[in-house]
Write a protein of this length. Structure first.
Length: 404
């Protein structure tokens, strides 16, 4: 019988600081009635320091836009790099539509995206399950057929010379898949979720082979899994049934070495001691043992003003601080950007860097962004960049910068 690693839950108290500590600036606003709107996914930096992202929807037959923001002396310059159109296939090659997941960039600075719906390579066969797209060739490199996955909605990543991602549904059991392929679209591989291994993956897969599902595991409240080269997908930890560590995990698991020890950080969108989700840490008990200790670093208060219901994973700064977003909470229940800083006593200090004021009123005629569904990225100076899926002056979402 294959032994399952035991994860031990421990809880650390954190002290929350309500002072808003960041300077907020919008780099791009999207018009809800324009050709690009609703950026669900976050941003990635290329090797030149430009930011890339995607907007999921658009006006008329534009069903997604891949965009670039380039720094200049006068500010960040926005450009649309590719617009996806899938209507009237007799006029347009159907490359897919509705890019929801984050982008990947390889060592040659080529950009890759997933489209969560539609798609065809021959203009004849349409599965409706999405595609993988290469910006450098402006071509689809894989079309999902359903059995190999359907609806890729999480972040695409690049490591070990391959693109890696997950699909929310499809596969042999219809519960989603983990997939990988080379950058030309060849040597495609797909592993299907089934049983307690998980279902409905709600994040990408990291370079150590770990990820999360939203509703899988032993009690159906989400789990942490590992992709084993020989054994396939393995359940490593099921959230619940007491939910003290949270449940419904979301986003990518951040994988780093801390003091030479393999460590991962993640979020749950619900549950925990205060009901609004958690930030947790996984620490490997012994080197390369694949046995992990789970520690809750912060518990979000459901309905609280400091943020709750995170929809994304975390980023780490050079100083070891963790940065993330919440979908709910804040001044107008439009979400927050937060920081968790470790202290020498082992506790973590929670700080709200920005609370989105994204509700349109007569007193607030130009609202900020609202409801971030993705995490953040940091530049070398520690500035924070992200997107909101709604809000902004034209209500189609924003790209923002926060200077701590």
């Amino acid at each position: 019988m294959r032994a399952k690693a035991i994860l031990v839950c421990a809880f650390l108290l954190t002290s929350a600081i309500t002072l808003l500590a960041g300077t907020y600036k919008e780099l791009q606003t999207f018009d809800f009635n324009g050709y690009a709107n609703t950026p669900y996914a976050g941003l990635v930096f290329d090797q030149a320091g430009d930011l890339y992202g995607v907007a999921a929807y658009g006006l008329d037959y534009t069903d997604g836009t891949l965009f670039e923001l380039s720094p200049s002396p006068s500010g960040w310059l926005y450009s649309s790099r590719f617009e996806f159109q899938h209507a009237y296939p007799e006029y347009y090659e159907d490359l897919g539509s509705e890019p929801i997941g984050g982008l990947a960039i390889d060592e040659a600075n080529h950009v890759y995206a997933t489209l969560s719906q539609n798609g065809s390579q021959d203009g004849v066969t349409f599965y409706g399950c999405g595609t993988v797209f290469s910006l450098s060739t402006a071509a689809v490199i894989h079309v999902f057929s359903g059995r190999d996955g359907c609806n890729p909605e999480s972040n695409l990543t690049y490591f070990n010379g391959r693109l890696w991602g997950t699909t929310r549904s499809g596969g042999l059991q219809g519960e989603g898949t983990v997939f990988s392929l080379d950058t030309a679209g060849g040597s495609f591989q797909s592993n299907s979720f089934f049983g307690t291994a998980g279902r409905q993956p709600s994040g990408g897969i990291n370079a150590w082979g770990y990820g999360v599902t939203y509703a899988g595991g032993g009690v159906g409240k989400g789990n942490i899994y590992r992709l084993d080269p020989q054994l396939g997908l393995i359940d490593k930890h099921s959230f619940g049934p007491k939910w003290t560590a949270g449940y419904a995990p979301v986003g990518d698991l951040l994988a780093v070495y801390v003091g030479g020890v393999r460590t991962m950080y993640g979020t749950t969108s619900a549950g925990g001691p205060r009901g609004g989700g958690t930030v947790y840490r996984l620490t490997e008990i012994e080197p390369n043992s694949d046995r992990w200790r789970l520690t809750v670093l912060h518990s979000f208060s459901q309905g609280g003003p400091k943020g709750w219901a995170s929809k994304a994973g975390l980023a780490m700064g050079a100083n070891g601080n963790l940065y993330g977003t919440t979908f709910r909470g804040g001044k107008t229940d439009c979400g927050t950007v937060f920081k968790l800083a470790p202290t020498k006593w082992g506790a973590w200090t929670y700080t709200v860097l920005h609370s989105f004021n994204g509700i349109f009123t007569s007193e607030n005629p130009e609202p900020e962004g609202c409801h971030p569904t993705s995490g953040v990225v940091l530049d070398s100076a520690g500035n924070i960049y992200g997107t909101t899926s709604e809000g902004g002056p034209s209500m189609g979402g924003v790209v923002y910068q926060i200077t701590p």
